[in-house]
Design a protein around this ligand. Sequence first.
Ligand code: 6PG
Length: 472
Amino acid sequence: MTKAHFGLVGLGVMGENLVLNAERNGFSSVVYNRTYSKTQSFLLGRGADKNISGAIDIEEFVQKLDRPRRILMMVKAGPATDAVIKQISPFLQEGDLLIDGGNAQFSDTERRVAELESQSFGYIGMGVSGGAKGAFEGPSMMPGGTKSSYEAIENLLNKMAAQVEDGPCVSYIGPGGSGHFVKTVHNGIEYGIEQILAESYDLMKRVCGMKGEQIADVFGFWNNTEELSSYLVEITEICLRKKDPEDGDDLVEKIMDKAGQKGTGLWTVISALELGASVPTIYSSLNARVMSSMKSQRENAESILARPSLRPFDLGSVSDGMSPLMDAVVLATIASYAQGMDLLKLASSEYNYELHLPSIAQIWKGGCIIRSRLLKRIQDAFNDDPNLTNLVLDPWFANQVSSRLPGLAKVVAGAAESGIPLPCLSSSLDYLNSYRTARLPQNLVQAMRDCFGSHTYQRVDRDGSFHTEWLG
Ligand code: 6PG
């Protein structure tokens, strides 16, 4: 019997779609799932009449694979992944390769790469983005680990990935846990953009009294612009047009305003804090989810704490794409990407990942959740200047900041007067205002620290470390 080229462990939604993608691209496959009934129903259903076979146990699964074995694990991050590795390792041989395609914590991947490679197996930690549809049609993939391990699956991944004008949306990211680190940051940016779009919907609804279809028209307009054309804007329009089949009302209005999270946004923020990266837009989106989940507290507080009454202000018209609001959304989106890229840069030097930012922007241009036309500009910016300190210093982005800041400021100020929270839009404004301010008031913070704790300070007019007896 000829052996299969590719093996998949874990027939969840992503696993199922990825193996169908591999098979469609000419790679015979074998699948294993902890519960065999799931394997059976897959083989009788979507996996029927395909070059895909099933295995009842891990040993049979491994035996059915051609060597070196290429095994993709699509299982829950954390202990479940460790359990699969433990179960499968005794059957592997030198050179065989395990790929973790889940949303693993990058530090777990670092550990697993070291452990597995010490046993002469290859280990790739690979971020996969695009949801179920992307997994089937072509996701964006971020594989990290040793280069030689990557080379064993390069052809497979190139064919499975989404394709954009300059190639497949996959490339070798770097050593160790770098692939999962990049995916984590991708998700941090994703959190930021989702929240930015939610805030803009809230403004159109509450300040302008617009209804779902009208708001959807604005997202449709935005999706036709270079600055905002993106998958997330596209699906926002779709979500806003969806009706509740029961009564024909806008379905979005029936959804509980509590956002869930699976951890990657939190990991992005933790990494940023550890590395000293400034990511206020991303942090604010995470905090907005935390605050949203405090539903009963918010209901109680709304009845106790006074709120300013709504003071409508000019947000533009649908025909001009709500111009000031569009300015705000564009700049906050740019801030989200800029912060993510900055975090990647810091992580690259701290962990010796040698990340190539233009390639990362390139593989995010298709297949993934944060795909957008803006990513071409981001790719160009880091290609033009590999030492670019911050995305907003690139001439095209700097021009966006200069021309759109008044719009963002107007939106944030107007919302503040009406008591409408804009966590991401307002923190993006602060981010940009802080970043373009050469002298910030932290001189006074330094004075206080030295006053109560003799923490010393530096001076602007001479070198050295100084202490003053402030209370003497
Ligand atoms: C992707 C997504 C995906 C992520 C979900 C849920 O790139 O396809 O990032 O990997 O798991 O979006 O994330 P949250 O539940 O944390 O919002």
